[in-house]
Design a protein around this ligand. Sequence first.
Ligand code: SF4
Length: 262
Amino acid sequence: MNQETVSVEFTVGIGDGKFSAVAVVPAGQTNLTQILPVLQALDDSLIAGVASQLSEVGRTISCRAGCGACCRQMVPLSIFEAEALTAWIRTLPESRQQELAQRFHEALLKLSASGLIDRMVNEDWLAETDSARQLALEYLYQRIPCPFLEDESCSIHPIRPLICREYLVTSPPQHCFDPTTLQAAPVHLPLNLSRVLNRIGAELENDSRGWIPLLFLFAWMKAGAHPGDAVAGAGPEVLYEFVKRLSEARAPSPTAEPPAED
Ligand code: SF4
């Protein structure tokens, strides 16, 4: 039976401008993990707007299927997306689950051999410090492909993490592959939905950063955690919790307007 939905309008201030959107969310009980498809659609909409603005000044986003140059970076996966991917993986045929489990295992073996795991666990990756940048480079040069990468394309493209959607460049692939000698031209997004998810997750668990390295996904699955339940309620309420954090993350003074329902 299809769940009843409701349209929710909201606006978030972005510097001198604003990001306005309409999201369709479940009218009844849901949680943050379950509304991830809504957040993915919002991220895609935001990115499409930025791509359009870039094209007006002659810049084109170069990321496309067949280019997996960035898919050898460390991916901080929010625990809500880890939960959603866990549920999705469990719907796959047993043989496919085993294939993925084997790929994650092999990737972790390579990571272990690199000697980077201890530093990875202790580093604040999102702090944008020199040491975090250095570790990110060392990780990249291990050339450990994301286990979801197939034929240099993302095999989970429609449900890929927000942070993967938000990593965009206007430079050639080689610049992402070898950033110490070639400078990539990243696209600045006025809002980072992935960071907001991580921040909400970090508030839920004292011993967590709100995210895990994507390569740890199969190990994380075994705990059977359901972090999304901690942010639950009717669809508009759950969305508002997210939009409120999104606005707070952007500016010290919240500028989110409460959602208006049709
Ligand atoms: S999830 Fe997809 S887009 Fe993200 S790193 Fe893996 S293959 Fe690349």
